[in-house]
Design a protein around this ligand. Structure first.
Ligand code: MTE
Ligand code: MO
Length: 225
């Protein structure tokens, strides 16, 4: 039997001050340059700076997800809902992509090598119904983020289990996190436990706190108007 989510323990508490600070940044439009850029011509989106390390950012609640207790439910408007455990996930074709990370807090990191199951593979298994137009990602720390189905279906979107050849660490959302390279990194859910396909858009944790619904770094979609 797959353990129910209630059994996944969590360490830490929501860092309310940090959340409040980020909400304030959204209100103030922090780091906005007012410029857009073309990814075919430039590597670094407007207002971003390059880092070599990989910062950890989250709400402060760190779930104890392991390959033993991890489950992924894919449900909502799909023909074939599934609940995958680790072995089911590993039985899928594994793919590897290299992509850049762009975080709304202005750091970017180039050339991250990820391995895992592509969103396209997952879509071919669950088969979204024609009414499905958005995906809500749910995580074991209580975090959520929303994506248009088109954005989730992009060829470089991955349910990633390794980074630079190593299992993704607990802090970075292991054992399985979503990676959506073309959008700001808050759209990439760590500790993903459920992907819900819906007809109407439903804003996630940061999207209801002033962050942009689409989150394209090249259009500098940091915050909503
Ligand atoms: N489950 C979960 N996923 C999350 C977050 C979170 O708090 N919880 N934070 C988001 C934000 S704001 C960012 S910038 C990235 C940070 O990922 P990292 O800690 O691996 O750099 O995760 C995103 N995904
Ligand atoms: Mo972020």
């Amino acid at each position: 039997m797959a353990p129910s989510d209630g059994e996944i323990e969590k360490d830490g508490q929501i860092r309310e001050k940090l959340v409040a600070t980020k909400e304030k940044w959204a209100q103030e439009g922090r780091a906005l340059t007012g410029h857009t850029a073309d990814p075919a011509r430039e590597r670094l989106p407007p207002g971003q700076r390059l880092v070599e390390d990989w910062p950890v950012l989250d709400l402060g609640v760190v779930p104890r997800v392991t390959t033993e207790n991890w489950t992924l439910a894919v449900d909502g408007l799909v023909e074939n809902p599934v609940t995958w455990r680790w072995a089911d996930f590993q039985a899928q074709p594994q793919e590897s992509f290299v992509s850049d990370i762009h975080c709304v807090t202005t750091w970017s990191r180039y050339d991250n090598r990820w391995e895992g199951v592509s969103a396209r593979r997952l879509l071919s298994v669950v088969k979204p119904k024609p009414e499905a137009r958005f995906v809500v990602c749910h995580s074991s720390d209580g975090y959520t983020t929303n994506l248009p189905l088109d954005a989730f279906a992009d060829e470089d979107v991955l349910l990633a289990t390794t980074w630079e050849g190593q299992p993704i660490s607990r802090d970075h959302g292991g054992p399985v996190r979503v990676v959506v390279p073309k959008l700001y990194f808050w759209k990439s859910a760590k500790w993903v436990k459920r992907l819900e396909f819906v007809a109407e858009d439903r804003r996630g944790y940061w999207e209801v706190r002033g962050y942009h619904n689409e989150a394209d770094p090249w259009k500098e979609e940091r915050y909503s108007e």
